[in-house]
Design a protein around this ligand. Structure first.
Ligand SMILES: Nc1nc2c(c(=O)[nH]1)N[C@H]1C(S)=C(S)[C@@H](COP(=O)(O)OP(=O)(O)OC[C@H]3O[C@@H](n4cnc5c(=O)[nH]c(N)nc54)[C@H](O)[C@@H]3O)O[C@H]1N2
Ligand SMILES: Nc1nc2c(c(=O)[nH]1)N[C@H]1C(S)=C(S)[C@@H](COP(=O)(O)OP(=O)(O)OC[C@H]3O[C@@H](n4cnc5c(=O)[nH]c(N)nc54)[C@H](O)[C@@H]3O)O[C@H]1N2
Ligand code: SF4
Ligand SMILES: [Mo]
Length: 743
């Protein structure tokens, strides 16, 4: 593996060169073509090709893994027929082999124990570790009810554990991809169009004439096919309008960069609506046929002129008018992108509603170059008895938020802290595939919750921060070493993709499907696990879908014909899944629940004197906190930096590469320091850093102590009253030039 590692870094550096030069960042995927040639020409004869899909992020690109006779993976290459990647992986996906080869991986089950008064972990057998977890699950069920055992999950392991929990009788389940990520946009779009956006987003970027990105930094946010399609759209002359207080990579590729004042996007969106309605630029036929509440919207936005918005957003009225006209000219082939990580200032569902309404005015929903209509193949359920009905679960815990449609992590955490008034106390957790400590804000609350729990087990591949709090740690093997559920995804054409083991699990690690089954058997839930091996489940499902494991092994990805049209044809009858059956500009449902029926702009707190707003986003070479220790990706980017405007750097007297510490508005000090990057790309009211760095688990030999964790600095949360999302962008930091931990 040594030579191929060197090769990998060399090749990836090519891709990185693109980023540094910033002329062809959207083409970083090109590097993979070179790798494809490399594999074919030099080594194809000796290498075995196996189909799987990526788990480095949740775009789930289908790929081919090339392995040699020694069971080593030499390369990962995108599957040509997969719409998620079109044969090209992003740099993170290519570096997925690093998850397999990371020598810091969890290697064997561990159980917390006390030696000479000190807590430590001892190595355990799977038998012991699983017996212990199962016995705790039995005890909690007897003492409090199965509902008091909560599951926090993300990604593929999550679905296997979810099956276990539902069979056991608990629906007390949550994942950070909802209340810390997409939740508000699903609420905003469901209220308007009666449909979730979902993943991958049904944005028809390939054929768009105008793409509007509102704090959605595609190009750093490396969602594969979106980046590729955006690059093609630019080549085809599409206009990109980016609204971002920071000069993001996307902003640097845009015809129009609107450097908005943070937290004021709703004002801009209302002003755009004002221009489009005042200047009669909206799509009249579409509005008449498909929408509800247009007159009320017209009245509502009357006062929200570009001049009004200028005072709030700092974007000039003529710029607002010009960009509104560009969008209207392109309509319906225009996309006002909903974004993905949208938990910002607490009024996020309303901001997303404003985005949805703007798309409604432009008539882009269901249109070529706008939003196409989703379709996926539904996977046949492998037979098992019905799940028992829990007395309470995530819904009861989120009842304060009428539009919550999934578990709210922060509410589950709150319910884990003892409180006499809490009707629904949580007593134990299993955490599978989410590093809550670096993922959910208000770290003190999480630690308080963990301290109060009777038991916590963590299933992970790496010794991440969350594993350090576990009573039992189970090492899962990586996605390259296991079967998992079939990927069934929405796209222009529905498709399925296979994941199968490329190599044997390293060390003493096991797949989550096996962990789930073993626990199920110990809890007398064998009827829910009517198979010996997950391969049986996949085989059965594939046959029901009219294909077979043999066929999928050959192709990796299979597309299916659509059963419904991709677009709404002009004049077609179309019923939206909203109370009125139409696109709802005005929502009676919101009004009946005491919320604003149409979005309004509200002022958000500003940084106090001497403090800067903490802004954060994605590193193109990493996924959250999970890849920072990955040997190959760490070689490309090992620490984050603090972006500081030159004017501010001057005032504070700090220079490029200087180490600084941060203190937030609540007096929280960063554990580590961060190097300064002085750049005009960030305004003077904010500082910016990549999310995911600043690991404080020493077992992560490459990632420990490198940079600052944005999550650590986020102790103030603005909760979305509609769905419980945790707005993260109202945190302010002071820059410290001396190490505050010295004394
Ligand atoms: N401050 C701040 N917080 C954020 C965000 C932010 O930008 N800033 N982003 C938010 C968003 S958009 C999201 S979607 C969430 C993401 O939240 P998470 O998914 O929790 O993110 P990670 O920190 O990568 O944690 C993933 C964990 O899963 C483990 N893991 C990886 N692969 C496997 C596997 O195959 N099996 C098992 N069992 N474990 C595995 C990793 O080692 C890691 O411990 O975070 C949210 N939180
Ligand atoms: N490389 C890489 N790609 C990823 C991921 C990853 O971990 N790594 N994670 C994936 C996941 S799960 C998600 S959810 C997405 C998230 O990706 P996106 O939804 O695209 O982005 P965010 O992280 O919300 O947004 C960051 C951008 O918002 C800007 N911003 C900050 N404040 C404001 C504001 O007030 N107004 C406006 N208009 N802009 C503002 C920031 O300057 C920054 O450019 O990325 C996905 N893609
Ligand atoms: S976008 Fe990159 S990291 Fe995400 S699934 Fe695709 S190749 Fe993997
Ligand atoms: Mo996310």
């Amino acid at each position: 593996m040594t030579t191929s590692r060197r090769t990998f870094i060399k090749i990836s550096a090519l891709g990185l060169g693109g980023v540094a030069a910033s002329t062809s960042v959207l083409k970083v995927f090109g590097a993979n073509t070179f790798m494809g040639d490399f594999v074919q020409k030099k080594t194809a004869k000796r290498l075995k090709r196996t189909a799987t899909y990526c788990e480095v992020c949740f775009w789930k690109c289908a790929e081919w893994a090339y392995s040699n006779d020694n069971g080593e993976i030499i390369k990962l290459i995108g599957n040509d027929i997969d719409p998620h990647c079109n044969g090209r992986l992003c740099p993170r996906g290519t570096g997925g082999v690093g998850m397999l080869n990371d020598e810091d991986r969890l290697k064997t089950p561990l159980i917390r124990t006390t030696v000479n008064g000190e807590q430590t972990y001892r190595e355990a057998t799977w038998q012991e570790a699983l017996d212990l977890i199962a016995s705790k699950m039995k005890t909690v069920k007897e003492k409090y009810g199965a509902e008091s055992f909560a599951l926090f999950k993300h990604g593929s392991p999550g679905s296997h554990l979810e099956h276990l929990f539902k069979a056991y009788g608990s629906d007390t389940i949550a994942e950070p991809a909802y209340a810390q990520c997409r939740g508000p946009r699903e609420t905003g779009f469901a209220l308007t169009f009666g449909a979730w956006i979902g993943s991958p987003e049904p944005t028809d970027i390939r054929d768009t004439k105008c793409l509007v990105l509102i704090g959605s930094h595609i190009g750093e946010n490396m969602h594969n096919s979106q980046v590729q399609e955006m690059s093609d759209a630019i080549d085809n002359g599409a206009t990109i309008i980016t609204v971002d207080p920071r000069l993001s990579t996307a902003a640097s590729k845009s015809k129009h960069w609107l450097a908005i004042k943070p937290g004021t996007d709703i004002a801009l969106l209302l002003a755009w609506m004002n221009v489009i309605i005042n200047e009669n630029l909206y799509n009249k036929d579409y509005i008449e046929k498909y929408t509800f509440g247009f007159d009320k919207l017209k009245e509502h936005v009357k006062e929200f002129t570009p001049e009004w918005a200028y005072g709030i957003t700092t974007i000039k009225p003529e710029e607002i008018r010009k960009t509104a006209r560009i969008m209207a000219n392109a309509a319906p082939a225009v996309i006002v992108h909903p974004g993905r990580h949208v938990v910002w200032y607490g009024d996020d569902s309303q901001r997303e509603r404003a985005i949805a309404i703007l798309n409604g005015l432009l008539g882009s929903w269901g249109k070529r170059g706008g939003f196409y209509l989703n379709e996926s193949v539904s996977l046949p359920k492998f037979p098992h008895p019905d799940y028992p009905k829990p007395k309470w679960g995530w819904e009861a815990l989120g009842r304060k938020y009428p539009y919550a449609e999934m578990g709210i992590t922060s509410e589950l955490i709150k319910a884990s802290i003892p409180n006499k008034e809490n009707e629904f106390p949580i007593k134990a957790w299993i955490v599978a595939g989410t590093n809550l400590i670096n993922t959910v804000p208000q770290r003190e609350e999480i630690i308080k919750a963990i301290d109060s729990l009777e038991f916590i087990a963590v299933i992970d591949t790496m010794p991440m921060e969350i594993t350090g709090y576990a009573d039992v740690i189970l090492p899962e093997c990586t996605y390259l070493e296991r079967y998992d559920g079939i990927r069934s995804a929405t796209f222009r054409e529905p498709s399925i993709a296979l994941r199968q083991p490329i190599v044997q699990p390293k060390y003493n690690s096991k797949p989550a499907w096996w962990i789930s089954k073993e626990l199920g058997m110990r809890l007398n839930l064998q009827d829910y696990y009517n198979y010996n091996d997950y391969e049986e489940v996949i085989k059965w499902q594939l046959e029901k879908l009219g294909t077979s494991l043999e066929e999928m092994i050959q192709v990796g990805v299979k597309k299916f014909d659509r059963q419904t049209p991709l677009y709404i044809a002009d004049g077609d009858e179309y019923k939206f899944d909203t109370p009125s059956g139409k696109i709802e500009f005005y929502s009676d449902d919101l009004a009946s629940k005491g919320f604003d029926p149409m979005p309004i702009y509200k002022l958000h707190p500003e940084p106090p004197q001497g403090y800067f707003r903490l802004n954060y986003g994605r590193s193109p070479m990493h996924t959250f906190s999970r890849t920072i220790n990955n040997p190959y990706l760490n070689a490309l980017k090992s620490e984050n930096k603090l972006w500081v405007n030159p004017k501010i750097a001057n005032i504070i007297g700090i220079k490029n590469e200087q180490e600084v510490w941060l203190e937030n508005q609540d007096g929280i000090l960063s554990t580590f320091s961060i190097k300064v990057r002085v750049t005009e790309r960030i305004g003077w009211d904010s500082v910016y850093m990549y999310h995911g760095f600043g690991h404080n688990d020493k077992k992560l030999s490459r990632a420990y102590g490198k940079g600052i964790s944005d999550t650590q600095m986020i102790s103030n949360v603005a909760v979305d009253p509609l769905m419980g999302g945790t707005g993260l962008r109202g945190n302010f930091v002071k820059i410290l030039t001396e190490d505050p931990h010295k004394n």
